[in-house]
Design a binder for this molecule. Sequence first.
Ligand SMILES: NC(=O)c1ccc[n+]([C@@H]2O[C@H](COP(=O)([O-])OP(=O)(O)OC[C@H]3O[C@@H](n4cnc5c(N)ncnc54)[C@H](OP(=O)(O)O)[C@@H]3O)[C@@H](O)[C@H]2O)c1
Length: 241
Amino acid sequence: MSSTACQTTWLITGASRGIGFELTRQLLESPSNLVIAACRTPEKATALSALKSSAKGTLHIVKLQVDDFASIRALPTAIAPILGEGGLDYLINNAGILKEDTPLTLDPEVLLETLRTNTVGPALVTQVAVPFLEKGGAKKVLNISSTLGSIASAETFGKGTVTSYSISKAALNMLTYKLKQERPDLIAITLCPGWVKTDMGTQAAQLEPAESIAGILKVITCATAADSGKYLSHSGAEIPW
Ligand SMILES: NC(=O)c1ccc[n+]([C@@H]2O[C@H](COP(=O)([O-])OP(=O)(O)OC[C@H]3O[C@@H](n4cnc5c(N)ncnc54)[C@H](OP(=O)(O)O)[C@@H]3O)[C@@H](O)[C@H]2O)c1
């Protein structure tokens, strides 16, 4: 029997800080969770490593740079021995970047870098994770998107701001919907965590990480097949596309 057989297994990208770190921290409060926390420089992820001493659950840290396709293709070799025969229950594509720009000032290289990190990386991470998800029980993919990717909500935000980021998250939303269509055996959700106090969200944000992440975990653990393909907020409300 695999050592993971009695635990719910999670793979989280961008776990070194911010939302990915808080997801990992909260999940490790329960002995029933095994978290594979992926980050691009584990040797610098000191806060993440420090969770090992207080964790009730099981923490494994793996190296993963989501804008580096070779790094993503090496992921199965790193996680297979951790997961054993038990498979993966939850994949959370969380790592992301944001740079300020507008349609007429954007640097094409920044747009490509943002798409590579926020959209293409999650697509490839999902591809390599699917064989593990197929063996898992929950079979859930959570893509951390943003309301900034909602065309229906665009008037709520400043004109043209964070254009590359918004494009990348709108594309991530479509990727999620396409995954739901292709794989009805999986539950795929695209979700906005709210405006959260992190390096990206800044201290001006409305939500403490703990509040946002508690909501996110409730939404994804409670999600059923009927929810697959939905664009949700951290409180579970549907966001207009
Ligand atoms: N905070 C908000 O208000 C807010 C709102 C809506 C959506 N979101 C989304 O929530 C997610 C997490 O955001 P956050 O607020 O936690 O941001 P953050 O504080 O800036 O943290 C970003 C995380 O992503 C990782 N990362 C960035 N590029 C990476 C790469 N190429 N490979 C691997 N890891 C990479 C960072 O790792 P390093 O430490 O190595 O840099 C870090 O762990 C993002 O997808 C973001 O778009 C955030």
